[in-house]
Design a protein around this ligand. Structure first.
Ligand SMILES: [Zn+2]
Length: 315
């Protein structure tokens, strides 16, 4: 009988899950709509039923790994997550364990991505690295000496909420000038809007309604040398580089993996980030850090990350 774990990625809209073998192959996958379950009890029942439905006679389910926003690894809870339907503190691991009768482990999505990179991706041989997920926000998973950094509260490694511009843009966390308000898909869109107000440069982006502007459109325009798009990309890369430099000085990683929607821009983003980091990092760290795209394919990444977490607990 083939042994598998279930990897679950809980997002504000969808909850995606899949059975994954020890080699990182997703052998069955499905999803439910998170928003269909405003009551956490109904959600837990639906999720565990849907997972168990994937478990055929040929496979044995050993455990479940869950990646979710604001997840507390030590307690197995989701706490005060603004984009999920459940308020307060949800004891998710315990509830899922009761229903599914297998071990359940919970962590935040960026930490799951880091474990995924370590178990199945580009960090297999690495003991010190950082994964930055560049989506609507900026998530980070930090691995030091082969272990994910959780810290005293379990919420360590929030590089997206380090300050890069004192008194700068308003962040969803309530602070001003956080890295994720600049170095993320939504940060890039904000930068373009600002540049279009502040300059008279021609740009194809001026013909697009502000609400329709996406990081993908901006990256495509930058690839065609649109002046505003290029400036915005470079500024985003600089802010990201600034954040990376601070992280390098803190934990001396062998590599920083960039992951998520914004990284589809490819070299238009990676090249200026690498240049900025090399030029501005403390000299002793020059040439020591690779800045790389994730080694995990985007389509399966969230499920694989959560599955890797479960496999990792069973070593
Ligand atoms: Zn913040």
């Amino acid at each position: 009988m083939k042994q598998v774990v279930a990897g679950v990625d809980i997002g504000g809209t969808n909850t995606i899950f899949g059975l994954t073998d020890r080699e990182g192959r997703v052998i069955a996958e499905n999803r439910i709509l998170t928003r269909d379950y405003p009551d956490i009890n109904d959600f837990v029942t639906a999720l565990s039923d849907a997972i168990l439905k994937l478990v055929t006679k040929e496979v044995e389910l050993l455990g479940i790994g869950i990646g979710a926003p604001n997840a507390h690894y030590y307690k197995g809870t989701i706490e005060l997550a603004p984009n999920l339907p459940w308020k307060g503190i949800v004891p998710l691991a315990e509830m899922m364990k009761k229903k599914s009768r297998v071990p359940v482990v919970v962590t935040n999505d960026a930490n799951a991505a880091a474990v995924g990179e370590m178990v199945f991706g580009g960090a297999k041989e690495m003991r010190n690295f950082i994964v930055l997920t560049l989506g609507t926000g900026l998530g980070s998973g930090i691995v030091i000496n082969g272990e994910v950094l959780y810290g005293h509260t379990a919420f360590a490694g929030e590089l997206g909420h380090t300050t890069v511009v004192p008194g700068g843009r308003e962040c969803g966390c309530g602070k001003l000038g956080c890295l994720e308000t600049y170095a993320s898909a939504s940060g890039l869109v904000k930068t373009v809007s600002q540049l279009m107000c502040d300059s008279r440069d021609n740009s194809v982006l001026r013909d697009i309604a502000p609400s329709a502007l996406t990081s993908k459109i901006i990256a495509e325009a930058a690839a065609k040398n649109d002046p505003i798009a290029v400036k915005a990309m470079n500024y985003t890369a600089e802010m990201l580089g600034f954040g990376i430099i601070n992280a390098i000085v803190f934990s001396s990683p062998e590599a920083v993996f960039l992951f998520g929607g914004l990284t589809k821009a490819g070299e238009i983003l990676f090249r200026p980030v690498r240049e900025y980091v090399e030029k501005n990092v403390m000299p002793v760290f020059r040439g020591t850090v690779k800045i790389l795209p994730s080694g995990i394919s985007e389509s399966n990444a969230a499920v694989l990350g959560a599955a890797a977490l479960a496999w990792n607990e069973m070593k």
